[in-house]
Design a protein around this ligand. Structure first.
Ligand SMILES: [Zn+2]
Length: 103
């Protein structure tokens, strides 16, 4: 079931960098520039979408669009429900990994 809390967790708690790395060749080209994770914006195709580490949202400094994990997958051609399913799995793995390394 897709709840508001799940959507919030996918947007806030799964780092965009991790989601893009997991997409691999299916995802946008990305690069770490001066400590900021950037990727090719699906709207304007410039390497100007930059993840803000404070809120885990990306802003494109070329076309001014904002991106979260769900928006990004949908821009890459995913439907909403499969995108949320996939991101939820990645989120669970991310949380598991984190609780492991904290203990
Ligand atoms: Zn853009």
């Amino acid at each position: 079931m897709i709840t508001k809390d799940l959507l919030r967790a996918i947007r806030n708690e799964l780092p965009m960098k991790e989601a893009i790395q997991r997409l691999g060749p299916c995802g946008p080209i990305s690069k770490e520039i001066e400590g900021y994770f950037r990727f090719v914006c699906p709207a304007c195709e410039e390497l100007r979408a930059t993840v803000n580490p404070r809120n885990n949202l990306a802003h494109c400094f070329c076309c001014d669009r904002n991106w979260n994990n769900i928006d990004l997958l949908m821009a890459l051609g995913w439907d909403f429900v499969p995108a949320v399913d996939l991101l939820e799995q990645w989120l669970r793995q991310h949380q598991k990994h984190r609780s492991h390394s904290n203990s």
